[in-house]
Structures are given as structure tokens and as C-alpha cells.
Design a protein around this ligand. Structure first.
Ligand code: SF4
Length: 66
């Protein structure tokens, strides 16, 4: 299993990544860049290779899922 992305990881901090999204309408689970299996709590993200991010998380690279 891939390790969870830490909020204080320099790359995460640069993109203001947090495990709990501050936006009601924007989170990793509805971001176009999220990968892995629908419904998983932690999933890979195209922006952070080798780590998993929280489905309920968010970062400033969020992009609307088409
Ligand atoms: Fe979450 Fe950011 Fe990855 Fe989108 S780009 S899935 S908002 S960490």
C-alpha cells in the first residue's frame, strides 16, 4: 500500500493540501486528478505520485471532474 500524503510534506504544503477539504463542493473525491477505486477513503492522485490522498481532502490543484 502507498503511504498517506502528509499535510506538512513540502509538495503538499506548496499546494495547500489538507485531509479535510475546507470547501463543501470541492474535494479529492470529485477532482479529475484522483485515481484508484471509487469509494476508497485514501486514493492515489496524479499530482502526488507514490502517495495516497484523502477522498475528503483538497488541494489548490483541484479540477472539476468532467
Ligand atoms: Fe485532491 Fe488535489 Fe489530488 Fe485533486 S489534485 S485529487 S484536490 S490532492
Amino acid at each position: 500500500d502507498l503511504p498517506q500524503l502528509a499535510e506538512d510534506d513540502p509538495q503538499a504544503a506548496a499546494l495547500k493540501y489538507v485531509h479535510a477539504s475546507p470547501h463543501s463542493d470541492k474535494k479529492c473525491s470529485n477532482c479529475a486528478l484522483l485515481q484508484g477505486n471509487e469509494g476508497d477513503e485514501w486514493r492515489p492522485c496524479a499530482i502526488f505520485p507514490g502517495k495516497v490522498v484523502a477522498a475528503e481532502g483538497w488541494c489548490s490543484a483541484w479540477a472539476k471532474k468532467p
